[in-house]
Write a protein that binds this ligand. Structure first.
Ligand SMILES: NC(=O)c1ccc[n+]([C@@H]2O[C@H](COP(=O)([O-])OP(=O)(O)OC[C@H]3O[C@@H](n4cnc5c(N)ncnc54)[C@H](OP(=O)(O)O)[C@@H]3O)[C@@H](O)[C@H]2O)c1
Length: 159
């Protein structure tokens, strides 16, 4: 199963200068609790923005550079993006795509689930996620949190 997990501001803003434009502890806690014990898939820029492995999670970092590797046991690199998304989709385990912009866009056609945090505020941003989710997904649940809402989208089954 392939799940995109992301947060956007009121304008669909995702990031600014390769960082999250906000610091919202409750949203970070939601991300940590949801992904703990799972494998994260992320682009090389997002991983290098974080700068280190996230505790309790393994990471697959996408890069076009086959010689790139990181000195962390829990972090692997991968160049075959589509094959990775397809394998994750076919797995019984849930894999989480954790950004950034280019990787969310590439993973979107494979996503079974999208966990979207919509933050109540607007920020200065230079990266957006503006997919029309209701074309392909149904909302299973909306959870109201402190300063943001979490929308749990599931891909609509085609008849
Ligand atoms: N709001 C959120 O929830 C959230 C979450 C995560 C990130 N973000 C934001 O997203 C922004 C970064 O997004 P981004 O698009 O610039 O960078 P990114 O998606 O994190 O990483 C891009 C890199 O991924 C690799 N890549 C991309 N396509 C590939 C392919 N087809 N095959 C193999 N590797 C591929 C390339 O690495 P190489 O250059 O090494 O080849 C590329 O430079 C930042 O502002 C960050 O803060 C927001």
């Amino acid at each position: 199963m392939l799940t995109l997990i992301l947060a956007v501001d009121q304008n669909g803003g995702l990031g600014y200068r390769n960082r999250l434009p906000w610091r919202i502890p409750a949203e970070m806690d939601h991300f940590r609790k949801t992904t703990y014990g799972h494998t994260l898939i992320m682009g090389r820029k997002t991983f290098e923005g974080i700068g280190k492995p996230l505790p309790g999670r393994t990471a697959i970092v996408l890069t076009k550079d086959p010689s790139l590797s990181y000195p962390f046991e829990s972090v692997k690199t991968e160049t075959g993006m589509s094959a990775l998304f397809q394998a994750a989709k076919e797995s019984e385990r849930e894999f989480f795509v954790a950004g950034g912009k280019s990787v969310y866009e590439a993973a979107y056609p494979y996503a079974d689930r999208i966990l979207l945090s919509v933050i109540d505020a607007q920020y200065t941003v230079d990266a957006f996620f503006r997919m029309n989710l209701t074309e392909d997904f149904d909302i299973l649940e909306i959870r109201r949190m402190d300063g943001f809402s979490v929308y749990d989208y599931r891909r609509r089954c085609s008849a």
